[in-house]
Write a protein that binds this ligand. Structure first.
Ligand SMILES: *Cc1c(COP(=O)(O)O)cnc(C)c1O
Length: 493
């Protein structure tokens, strides 16, 4: 199995090359040339620990990595930096099964992939014989940046620059970012929104003059955004793990189909569930939950993807996205792997801001459902869920919960962040006085009888290390400067 571009470039690359490059040369995303065949024994799955399962799925998608290399990645990624031994425990309320993906270092599901990605990147560089260090450039809507820095922090041979939008992120997220202490991490605020930051990153990734600047620093550019297959593969694991837990707890019969409900932004998490189905997970429906930036809800309803609308900064900021990059991969598979379909859709999107899929693609999307929740609905959902079941959820998980449709089938719901990462919104939802900083954490803990995650214990005592904020048109220069004036290199030389 190798990887090819969704847009039809003739190159076929290994998994290592796909991880290092992030994007294909024609701007497309890398997809596997075939689905790996795995032999699932449901009774064995129900007994498997997270690490064993992860090694199995990684091996299937990374055929050019040795068993030992994969074991090394899994051991490093899923160790005691997780505050729950199961890594992703399940919390069930009737037929709704919340898969808690937020027990890692930065309290959001992105840690699952970003604790593994840096090790995959280092190995990939070694395997392809590269002598350059890897420069990671990432735009974040709040959670990716902190998770990426936590993953890449002080990983030898890597540098990371994170761009975050000033508008929309929570004070916990900002504090996590501006206090990052790793020497190889650079953090730049942008006077704008996530889409502007992401567009700047995509432009830089394809900019040969910028690549030349980095080459002089002995750096090659890569991305930790969810377009990288090294992000996607680790996310397939937890859907199988959740299913195994459901069997173990007697919630589903072995082989019984479930629904999967995911609060969606860039479509990475939902796409991983789709990949899981392709390699054997019994899934009946995929339920795509959006916030007020509901481009995807409209797309699944009409077959027309239309980004021409106002960007809304919502209380579920990690989902404030108008162009969901990973949808391109779903389009590729539902167009029966026809890259021309993808290419013309992406041309239309770039030229006019929208595209329409044909009847065949629409038919292949039949098992997708979509919903969206307003900011008021998010607040109401947090409150209702807590009042009726005592379970405290974060605003993103609430977007999903608000879209839950009882179909008489067990539903695995991706619980993507800890409520403590968004304490202002959660306090407001519960009708409590909104506070900031550490007082908000204490207030939330006292009002709900839940514990402040240990990951946040000293957050507000850390000194601010990154102050820079730039206009969108100055991003290129600022990023180049960050990679050029590198503290860790200066110390080495
Ligand atoms: C990133 C993020 C999402 C959206 O995930 P995608 O893979 O981009 O669709 C949802 N919830 C939280 C908390 C996130 O950090």
């Amino acid at each position: 199995m190798q990887y090819v571009s969704t847009r039809g470039a003739s190159e076929r690359v290994t998994a290592a090359q796909a991880i290092l490059r992030g994007l294909a040369s024609d701007g497309g995303l890398f997809v596997p040339t075939e689905w790996p065949q795995l032999d699932w024994s449901w009774s064995a799955l129900a007994q498997m620990n997270y690490q064993t399962l992860a090694a199995r799925i990684f091996a299937a998608f990374l055929p050019d990595f040795s068993q030992e290399e994969i074991q090394g990645v899994v051991t490093a990624a899923y160790g005691d930096q997780w505050t729950n031994q199961a890594i992703v425990p399940l919390h069930s309320i009737g037929n709704q099964h919340y898969l808690e993906l937020f027990h890692g270092p930065t309290l959001a599901f992105k840690d699952i992939a970003l604790q593994a990605l840096p090790h995959l990147v280092s190995l990939a560089a070694k395997k392809t014989g590269s002598t350059q260090d890897v420069a990671i450039l990432t735009a974040t809507s709040g959670d990716t940046g902190t998770a990426a820095m936590a993953g890449f922090a002080d990983v030898a041979g890597t540098e990371i620059t994170v761009l975050y939008p000033k508008a929309g992120i929570s004070d916990i997220q900002r504090q996590q970012m501006v206090t990052e202490r790793a020497k190889n991490a650079h953090v730049i605020g942008v006077e704008g929104n996530f889409d502007q930051a992401q567009r700047a990153v995509k432009a830089l990734l394809g900019d040969s003059a910028f690549a030349d600047v980095l080459r002089q620093e002995n750096l090659r550019l890569s991305s930790a955004n969810s377009i990288n297959i090294g992000r996607l593969i680790p996310q397939i694991v937890y859907y199988f793990y959740g299913y195994g837990q459901l069997i173990q707890q007697g919630q589903v019969a072995p082989g019984q189909a479930i629904n999967i409900l995911v609060p969606t932004g860039n479509f990475g998490n939902m796409l991983a569930a789709y990949y899981a189905k392709q390699i054997g997970l019994p899934v009946a429906n995929f339920q795509v939950a959006s916030n007020e930036n509901h481009v995807l809800t409209d797309f699944f309803a009409t077959g027309c993807y239309d980004r021409r609308r106002d960007f809304v900064v919502t209380n579920a900021p990690a989902m404030d996205i108008l162009v969901s990059s990973n949808l391109e991969r779903l389009l590729y598979f539902t167009a029966d792997r026809n890259p021309q379909t993808v290419q013309s859709a992406m041309q239309d999107l770039a030229a006019t801001g929208s595209y329409q899929v044909d009847a065949r693609v629409k038919a292949n999307l039949a098992d997708f459902r979509a919903s969206w929740a307003s900011q008021e609905a998010v607040l109401a959902q947090i409150r209702t869920t807590f009042e009726t079941s005592g379970y405290l959820i974060d605003p993103h998980t609430a977007v999903a919960a608000a879209g839950y449709v009882a179909e008489g089938r067990p539903t695995l719901i991706a619980a993507t962040a800890s409520p403590y990462k968004f304490p202002q919104t959660v306090l407001k939802a519960l009708g409590l006085p909104v506070q900031t900083g550490p007082a908000a954490l204490t207030a939330l803990s006292q009002a709900t009888g839940t514990a402040v995650p240990t990951q946040l214990a000293n957050l507000f005592e850390e000194p601010v290390r990154h102050q820079q904020v730039v206009a969108p048109n100055a991003i290129g220069q600022a990023v180049a400067a960050a990679f050029q004036h590198d503290e860790s290199k200066e110390e080495k030389s």
